[in-house]
Ligand binder design. Structure first.
Ligand code: LLP
Length: 423
């Protein structure tokens, strides 16, 4: 079921016309469907039924407080990668015990904040981090529950910028060096090793890489146990893909069946860290056409959303479906690029599309923008950070308002040696 659909010729998010939101909030804005978020969560909740497993939402995909809270109230923990994300998770009501702290470069100050808050698990990614964490834990007089993230060296078959499980990626400890790292961890008195973690990439559309990665880690777990380590938890990471164009990502049920089979008899509590799959298809970006500029080879449709609002097309050559908010009956199309107003040739949301002719003032909807959309937005060109809206049934609310330019610049300071501006 799609939570974004035409009703009476107007694109709706659940029971609310996007044009209604646009009139009230202005454009561009992100819009999330609460029902879609709940439905995505339910697939995971159903998928882990009967398994000794938990789901920690990878909030880097979308860290809007309302989104985190929605998942938290349904029972999610959070997978965080910074002290800032921890602050958000706690502010959204996620209990510290249900927080997992991942990341390749955690600072001592961040580790300290995490231990002070009492996060449930820290996934360590290097020997240097083991030493730093032990020092911080010693200073605080606590013991940190850790896993070590290993890099199983499998090809997730995704875009080069989002694959993480190859030897040449910076993430995790090379699986061939893992035993040494676990040995070091067990010698450090204020660390308690509870398990092993992996995360092999993002936007995976095949289960084969999970199968081989789990098999490799499973073999490692056997060795680690033989070495005398307690391995009670296996954090599988996230990475499941969604539909942008015509991908056919595996169902959560199929994914869980593979995981259950590959981990059968291992006796580990499993953790999942999905991000994109929980939020990606539940969000859209709505933008208004500023003007249409016909060119010789193609037409440029210049809209008021830009690469600073949604960087995925520019950064990953990502393809996002674009639909007019007012349903079109005509079959005529124009060959066009949908571009933003920013002074960069890389500022596009779509290239070489054949879309129904658009005119100034028309609204468009950019689909599958709920993950890695708003969170990766910037204020480049002094464009205010794009606001976020949540729809739930026939209600909607702005969950992150658009800052005014004055609010944006009010945080800046002139150096004291500059004379005050004469008005
Ligand atoms: N766990 C860890 C340790 C991660 O690094 C990530 C994502 C996840 C979980 C969640 O992965 P997901 O289920 O969302 O695939 N900005 C890129 C994606 C970057 C993913 C980074 N790590 C994009 O827009 O495609």
């Amino acid at each position: 079921m799609s939570f974004f659909a035409y009703k009476n010729g107007e694109m709706h998010a659940e029971g609310v016309a996007l044009a209604t939101i646009a009139a009230q909030v202005g454009t561009p804005f992100y819009c999330y469907s609460a029902a879609a978020l709940r439905a995505a969560w339910k697939e995971f909740a159903d998928g882990i039924k009967g398994m000794n497993a938990s789901v920690c939402y990878a909030m880097k995909a979308n860290s809007n407080l309302a989104v985190i809270r929605l998942f938290g109230e349904l029972g999610a923990g959070a997978d965080i990668v910074s002290a800032g994300e921890m602050r958000r998770a706690l502010a959204a009501g996620i209990p510290a015990k249900r927080i997992i702290y991942s990341g390749v470069g955690k600072k001592a100050s961040e580790l300290m904040a995490a231990l002070q808050a009492g996060v449930g698990q820290i996934n360590v990614e290097s020997s240097a981090e083991l030493e730093t964490l032990n020092a911080v834990a010693t200073q605080l007089g606590v013991t940190a529950d850790i896993t070590i993230r290993v890099n199983p060296d499998v090809d997730a078959g995704t875009h080069a910028k989002i694959t993480t499980g190859r030897k040449e990626n910076k993430f995790g400890i090379d699986i061939d060096l893992a035993r040494e790292a676990f040995a070091l961890a067990s010698r450090l008195p204020n660390l308690r090793v509870v398990g092993v973690a992996m995360h092999i990439g993002s936007q995976l559309t095949s289960l084969a890489p999970y199968r081989s990665a789990i098999a490799r880690v499973r073999a490692l777990i056997g060795q680690l146990r033989a070495d005398g380590h307690t391995i009670d938890r296996f954090d599988i990471g996230g990475g499941l893909g969604i539909v942008y164009a015509d991908e056919q990502p595996p169902s959560i049920a199929d994914f869980m069946a593979v995981v259950a089979k590959e981990t059968a008899g291992l006796g580990c509590e499993l953790t999942f860290e999905p991000g994109r799959r929980l939020v990606g298809e539940a969000g859209v970006l709505v933008s208004e056409v500023i003007l249409v500029k016909p060119g010789v080879s193609k037409t440029f449709v210049i809209v008021d959303a830009a690469m600073n609002d949604l960087i995925r097309p520019t950064l990953y050559e990502a393809w996002h479906d674009i639909l007019p908010v007012r349903e079109r009956q005509d079959t005529a199309t124009i060959h066009c690029d949908i571009v933003g107003p920013i002074c960069e040739s890389g500022d596009y949301l779509a290239q070489n599309r054949d879309l129904a002719p658009l005119a100034a003032g028309d609204l468009i909807m950019i689909r599958s923008a709920g993950a890695y959309g708003a969170v990766m937005a910037s204020a480049y060109n002094s464009r205010p950070l794009v606001p976020e809206v949540m729809v739930d049934g026939t209600r909607f609310a702005v969950t992150r308002p658009r800052l005014t330019i004055d609010e944006m610049i009010s945080a800046e300071r002139f150096p004291p040696w500059m004379e005050p501006i004469k008005s």
